[in-house]
Design a protein around this ligand. Structure first.
Ligand code: FAD
Length: 308
């Protein structure tokens, strides 16, 4: 059995694995796709000390760094069940869709998240060519341009406020007849001169010229009329879904399905820790996930020395 088994091979899982392995304890990483969301990222400009890099390049560097320590990497393994240890200090079991099983003294859950998509024509085609999901990451690429934000919840309104300071014009599109964001955010939004809000509207298409986004089409739900907005960027803010479905019956999850953790990365199950986008941590970013992975790993080590 492993002393630390990390499930997930994104920034959080990679950092957790390296911190464990450096303690000289037997560490494994099982991941459906090593690299995680970073593999889908074109340019990364906020990974401190690296002015600019590309997702696949960073993912490769993470994997090389993990391999440096003789960590067992089990790629293309999708976990389907966690069976917590029956008694304190016992072994936890993780089952995989392949039928395999792994046991470990401690488990670090780092299965990340995925952005909810609009599922409209053009969205996939223009992903990273104008269709974006992370304002903290991609906002500066649209400096002085026109963008839309899809979604009027807290993340959509926060994104619109954030982007209004960078881009020329922001159009926020909400499906419902009212915004769901906190009052204080809505007030701030309404005070901005370069933001327009369109409610009761359904985005139906992303248009482009083959290489980049040129417009967005929405349907006014009251009149059923279609409208076209010319723009350069579309930020989709309709939810980030944690990859925690397989944990529903074992660890405590928030009402959004995020794994609840304390300041040390501990979950509701002793010996099981979690880090990164799959948890309740506010702000989902590479650098934050890596920090949290390191933290969860140090907590797992502490748990091991106290329980053996
Ligand atoms: P993830 O990266 O999501 O990794 C999760 C890992 O778990 C993967 O290996 C996955 O295959 C695996 N996994 C999932 N389910 C299972 C399962 N059941 N069993 C086994 N393995 C599983 N952040 C920035 O800081 N800067 C940026 O510029 C930036 N740009 C972004 C651009 C895009 C298009 C996207 C989508 C995200 C961007 N982000 C950016 C956010 C950043 O990628 C995430 O915050 C970060 O990757 C989260 O790391 P993580 O390790 O928690 O999860």
């Amino acid at each position: 059995p492993f002393e630390v088994l990390v499930v997930g091979g994104g920034p959080a899982g990679s950092a957790a694995a390296i911190y464990s392995a450096r303690k000289g304890i037997r560490t494994g990483v099982a991941a459906e796709r090593f690299g995680g969301q970073v593999m889908d990222t074109l340019s990364i400009e906020n990974f401190i000390s690296v002015k600019e890099t590309e997702g696949p390049k960073l993912a490769r560097a993470m994997e090389e760094h993990v391999r440096e320590y003789g960590v067992d990497i089990m790629n293309l393994q999708r976990a389907s069940k966690l069976i917590p240890a029956a008694e304190q200090g016992g072994l936890h079991t993780v089952e995989f869709e392949s039928g395999g099983k792994l046991q470990a003294k401690t488990v670090i859950l780092a299965t990340g998240a995925r952005w909810r998509e609009m599922n409209v024509p053009g969205e996939q085609e223009y992903r990273t060519k104008g269709v974006a999901y992370c304002p903290h990451c991609d906002g500066p690429l649209f400096k002085g341009k026109r963008v839309a934000v899809i979604g009027g919840g807290n993340s959509g309104v926060e994104a619109a406020i954030d982007l209004a300071g960078i881009v020329a014009e922001v159009t926020l599109i909400e499906f419902d007849t009212r915004l769901r964001a906190d009052e204080v955010l809505q007030k701030k939004l309404n005070s901005l001169a370069n933001v327009k809000v369109i409610k009761n509207a359904l985005t139906t298409e992303v248009k482009g010229d083959g290489s980049k986004v040129t417009a967005l089409v929405y349907k006014d739900r009251a009149t059923e009329e279609l409208h076209t907005i010319e723009l350069e960027g579309i930020f989709v803010q309709i939810g980030l879904l944690p990859n925690s479905e397989w944990l529903k019956d074992t660890v405590a999850l928030s009402n959004r399905g995020e794994i609840e953790i304390d300041a040390r990365g501990a979950t509701s199950v002793p010996g099981v820790f979690a880090a990164g986008d799959v948890t309740t941590v506010p702000y989902k970013q590479i650098i934050i996930s890596m920090g949290d992975g390191a933290k969860a790993s140090l907590s797992a080590f502490d748990h091991i020395i106290r329980n053996s």
